[in-house]
Ligand binder design. Structure first.
Ligand SMILES: [Ca+2]
Length: 483
């Protein structure tokens, strides 16, 4: 296993880096105030979901038709929270078969995003022959320049300065391995038909690559199941009314939601705001006894959380991307589906405002929940709705007569819903506390070891392997031998 000198050298390196980072915090904090720390909203526990009236193909707790991965492709603008999501997924190898990691510009440049993926795979000690396919995708959003506003919270390397700090630590084994033809990759990896194993695309960044591929092979792209991090019902996190991924490339987001995809789960700000970590949590991952992968993630998170919490060690800060990863793999555990629409996942209609003007409304999304009758005004114009209400209610003078019209109104609403049905299953209230425990537990933090659910696929191997803890020291990279 790990050598003592290697471990202490590594730990010195990481702690030196952390000290440097903390020293820089006051400067960063002042700049961070323009965005402000993203505070965690109050957490609503999921309602009980066991009950009758489940759609025929739904298993209790699972969104109808969704099969947890299995085969997974991650599309990522690998910033700090993307890296945390990827690293968590790498610890779930019993459950997840990582087919590919496709990068996209967003939190950082696409070149940084790809190098950050390689850094994670190397720090986990995955030998090259076991790497998923890594592809470098779109360098900028459709129709817009890449915004630089991710630099402060993700660092100029996109990894909270961890990749820069470790530049001379990792070998260059993974350099230059990334492929380029993202569209061909997506078009050729879709399940061949309903009988084939499902393949899930977990989209953690702007939807540029996916929208481009939909243009090229719409039928194939409709055969994937998707979990998309983006959008907002409540507050945005880039502007008061827009979430970052949709804001960065609203044209691509709107294309994806109007592509006729049947199986699409969306994890908006309202949901990912429930999963939060503190600077103290990041320090637990940075502990010298943790794996190299955990320490890289801990260092990156310490920077990210440090900036957003203004250095407050116990202030919880929302870390978006792992929420989508954990919902994708264990929705029945973290975000159980409720057929009555009051649970953690509900049928919804998602529309994205492409703009371009006014710029402050760029990328705003409207997410209507069918169980709450919200899509009604998203589907029908006021002219049509006013005519309906006039027809039903003109001449009515008593509450009793008006009440008698409600079923007629409901029938009219159902006709409108037949014109435009759900295009997403919306995660509303995931269990943030359970996700935090599973996140820390996946990296072996003491006290949380058993906090992740058992794999959904029952026939998985009984062995419990956590990335970076494999027994063969030859799999480890030079991080362990630096002096
Ligand atoms: Ca992301």
């Amino acid at each position: 296993m790990q050598s003592t000198t290697g471990r202490s050298a590594r730990s010195r390196l990481l702690w030196a880096f952390l000290a440097l980072m903390v020293a820089l915090l006051p400067v960063a904090s002042v700049q961070a105030q323009s965005n402000g720390p993203y505070r965690v909203p109050s957490i609503r526990a999921p309602q009980a979901f066991e009950g009758a009236n489940l759609p025929p193909d739904a298993q209790p707790g699972l969104p109808p038709g969704y099969v947890p991965p299995g085969k997974l492709i991650v599309d990522t603008d690998t910033g700090v929270d993307d890296a945390a999501a990827l690293a968590w997924l790498m610890t779930q190898s019993e459950q997840v078969d990582l087919l590919g990691v496709v990068t996209v510009a967003g939190n950082t440049t696409v070149e940084n995003a790809t190098e950050n993926v390689a850094t994670l795979l190397m720090s986990a000690g995955w030998p090259l022959e076991e790497w998923p396919v890594v592809l470098t995708g779109a360098a900028k959003p459709q129709n817009r320049k890449l915004s630089s506003t991710g630099k402060l919270i993700h660092g100029t390397d996109g990894l909270g300065y961890m990749r820069f700090a470790l530049a001379n630590v990792f070998s260059n084994a993974g350099k230059g391995k990334a492929l380029k033809d993202v569209t061909a990759f997506y078009c050729s990896h879709a399940p061949s038909g309903p009988e084939a194993d499902p393949v899930t695309i977990l989209a953690l960044g702007p939807l540029t690559n996916i929208a481009e591929s939909i243009k090229k092979c719409p039928n194939e792209m409709r055969r994937y199941q998707y979990v998309v991090l983006g959008g907002n019902r409540g507050l945005g996190n880039q502007t008061p009314s827009a979430e970052y991924n949709f804001w960065q490339d609203p044209d691509s987001a709107q294309r994806v939601f109007s592509a006729g995809i049947e199986q699409l789960i969306i994890v908006p700000t309202d949901a990912f705001g429930q999963f939060a970590l503190t600077l103290e949590d990041a320090y637990l991952l940075l502990d010298p006894t943790q794996t190299p992968l955990a320490q890289v993630i801990g260092g990156a998170l310490a920077y990210y959380i440090g900036v957003l919490s203004l250095g407050d060690p116990s202030l919880p800060v929302s870390v978006p991307d792992p929420t989508a990863a954990m919902v994708a793999v264990f929705p029945q555990y973290f975000a159980p589906y409720d057929p009555y629409g009051f649970g953690a996942i509900s049928e919804g209609l998602v529309k994205v405002n492409k703009g371009p003007e006014p710029e402050y409304l760029r990328g705003t999304s409207t997410i209507g929940i069918y169980a709450y009758n919200e899509p009604l005004t998203m589907i029908a114009k006021d002219k049509e709705l006013s005519a309906l209400y006039d027809r039903l209610l003109d001449g009515v003078t008593t509450a009793e007569d008006a009440f008698a019209k409600v079923s007629e109104w409901q029938a009219a609403v159902m006709e409108l819903y037949a014109q435009e049905g759900p295009n997403a299953q919306v995660v509303l209230y995931p269990d943030g506390a359970a996700m935090r425990a599973c996140f820390l537990g996946a990296f072996g933090v003491a006290g949380y070891e058993s906090a992740c659910p058992a794999p959904f696929v029952a026939e998985a191997d009984a062995g419990t392997s956590t990335s970076g803890e494999a027994g063969d020291p030859s799999l480890f990279l030079p991080i362990l031998t630096v002096e």
